[in-house]
Design a protein around this ligand. Structure first.
Ligand SMILES: [Zn+2]
Length: 299
């Protein structure tokens, strides 16, 4: 495995904010056909621009797990916390990982004790994993000085949901310890979104989950949007109706994606994909009867 010392931390400038990508792992090739079953090799082959970065020559989608870290308005912020190490998971690609994610955070200048705010776009296993780490036999908050923040609607949905055992396990090891430490803040997110600090806004993007939010950054006239899972892969720019097998409300998910992409197309907003393989970021431009991603290299 490469170590942070021989792998630079990719970053992008958004006004005077520097957004760092904190890599966890590339997900295995089987992830694409499972997650986005309608993005068949034929569909992918129809979009030349996806290769080589976002798909391979056989039409297999590249899908990564990473977080984004940045400092804004005096706060050191992490958006989503990946899969985590040592978690018992039914999905073999997520089970009992041993990645160097904490070392990468440190290399980016965000040691866990220094993080003030953890934004959780939604409460799925691959977005809350590093909420906690194992100390002796207990799962404890990885970011003990941080407030963890998610939409009230998201927490409420899962509280009322008849969860299968695997999901209960995820809540037990990655969500409830944060709640019990008094670190989880639930935010009301209106249709217009909610501003957390002058430069940081949560944008409601429901469908994948009911309380899903994207994260918007504004600085010096520049804007970026971190997708969370309202867009899993750039192929969905060309085919906004293609949803994920795990979308709670597939119709709402497609509507959200269509509206979001229409609002971004032709703008300078930097789209930062939570599961997009490198180069990960780009601008949404018109392409055929939909869109494509025009990548923006790291700075
Ligand atoms: Zn995800």
């Amino acid at each position: 495995m490469q170590t942070p010392s021989d792998t630079p931390i990719p970053s992008w400038a958004v006004g005077d904010i520097t957004v760092h990508r904190i890599d966890e792992i590339p997900l295995p090739p089987a992830t694409g056909p499972w997650l986005l079953p309608d993005a068949t090799p034929q569909v992918v082959a129809g979009q030349d621009w996806l290769r080589p970065h976002f798909a391979d020559d056989d039409g297999i989608l590249r899908i990564d797990s990473h977080s984004f870290a940045f400092a804004v308005d005096g706060l050191r912020v992490l958006v989503d916390t990946g899969i985590g190490n040592g978690k018992e998971r039914a999905n073999p690609a997520w089970h009992d990982l041993r990645t160097d994610f904490p070392e990468r955070l440190i290399a980016a200048g965000f040691p866990p004790d220094s993080v003030d705010l953890v934004v959780l776009t939604h409460l799925h296993a691959d977005h809350v994993g590093w909420n906690t780490r194992k100390v002796d036999d207990a799962w404890v908050p990885t970011f003990p000085e941080a407030r963890y923040l998610t939409a009230r609607a998201e927490r409420a949905f899962w509280a009322a949901h008849d969860m299968e055992e695997a999901r209960r396990q995820m809540f037990r090891d990655s969500v409830i310890p944060v709640e019990q430490a008094g670190l989880l803040d639930l935010v009301d997110v209106s249709a217009e979104g909610v501003r957390i600090t002058p430069s940081l806004r949560l944008v409601p993007t429901p469908g994948h989950t009911p309380g899903h939010v994207a994260v918007e950054l504004n600085s010096q006239g520049e804007t970026a949007l971190i997708t969370g899972d309202c867009i899993h892969h750039p192929v969905q720019l060309a085919h906004p109706a293609i949803g994920a097998c795990v979308d709670i409300d597939p119709r709402q998910s497609a509507t959200t994606r269509g509206e979001l992409l229409a609002s971004l197309a032709g703008t300078d907003t930097l789209l930062l994909g939570t599961h997009f393989a490198p180069p990960t970021a780009g601008r949404v431009v018109a392409h055929g009867d939909a869109y494509r991603l025009r990548p923006v290299p790291t700075t």
